[in-house]
Write a protein that binds this ligand. Sequence first.
Ligand code: ADP
Length: 414
Amino acid sequence: MKNKRLAQWLQDHFEMLGRIDSPDDGPFHMALYESLCDMANSGDTGLVDPILESAAAHAVAVGRSLTDRLSVPQLRRERNWQRIGLEIDPEPAFAMLTDVDAAFVYIIRTMIDAYEEGTKLAHAAKASEISRLYTDSKQKVMEYAAEMSRANRELARLEQAKTDFISIAAHELKTPLTLIQGYVNILSELEATEQINSLVNGIIRGTSRMDIIINDMLDLSAIDTNQLELIIEPVNLKPLVDLVVAHLEEGLVERKQQLEILVAETLPPIEADRKRIYQVLKQLVSNAIKYTPDGGKIGITGTAVGDNGRETAINLKIQDSGVGIAPEDRPKVFEKFYRVGDSKLHTTGVTKIMGAGPGLGLAIAKGLIEAHGGRVWVESPGFDAQNMPGSTFHIELPLRVQPQSQVTLKHLDE
Ligand code: ADP
């Protein structure tokens, strides 16, 4: 029972108990009303009889009837009296009640019963309303679930179509491209005018850029279709980092960027595919160069990590002082074809500022690192092309390769 509601309800219906004409009755009515309210607040409606009994006893003691002004029909009074006689044990004070006072007691009792009955009905109505709402929402949830699973199937179909397209396009383009590259190489060796040589060089630059993109598509297709093969050997990371930096030296100089390498020679070697790890490092360092303004800083750090004093993995950090990455873009940059911002603003240079490619580099890097049983992630305070908050890409590689089940391993010493 909601006791506050009962108190309010009593207050609303108290008028029905009789108007107070005599000022002497005021405090008495008030005391009665307050004890009923206390009872309502304590939630114990069983107290109504003792309260009314003592009220009636008081009324008898002061020689006034409780319900002087309450007009209860004679027939009702008799029936009430009978019922009270049947239901209530006539205690001494109760025995002193006049029949009208008894009707008063009865009316209050009936009102409280009606209240309780009303509350029960309201609860039942609420329960049936809740059950209807529950059925409706269950139905809706089932409809949404069916809709979701339809959408998921469609997404999976589209994802598969994308994977098939990448694979078919890359394989179909690779052969004619190799042919063109072969002819262009022959052309470049022929005696020709300066103008022809410059045109041939243009074709060579274009075809080698296409070659990089097609190789990226083939890598991605191998990752997506679980056809990746890793050639495993012990790999020392410091010389590999040095090699990557040497290959990107030109870009660093052109962009006047400072590079700091903090990778100890003494780091334990990891079991890995040397070419693949080189590929990932080159991708991350060239991204750092691209997304950092001229004169910015790039740092490469390598540390051994482990538990209980035992080294189990290597953590490589590639940190830049560039534009940074917004929180909502951080997980997405590892998705294929994802590029932050307007793709029309991008250029295709490997180290040119903001020179984004087709958005495959980080997807491939993630696929290759995970194929070794490692993980890659990025931290950044956010994107800000004015204040340059920077980004830090982390790679964690286990010392002993832990390939995913679909990856084929070939050990070099086999
Ligand atoms: P792309 O070939 O376009 O460079 P990536 O997969 O290498 O593709 O990168 C995806 C997107 O992630 C880029 O378009 C760029 O917006 C963002 N990104 C990658 N590296 C960095 C970095 N170091 N700083 C800021 N943004 C970066």
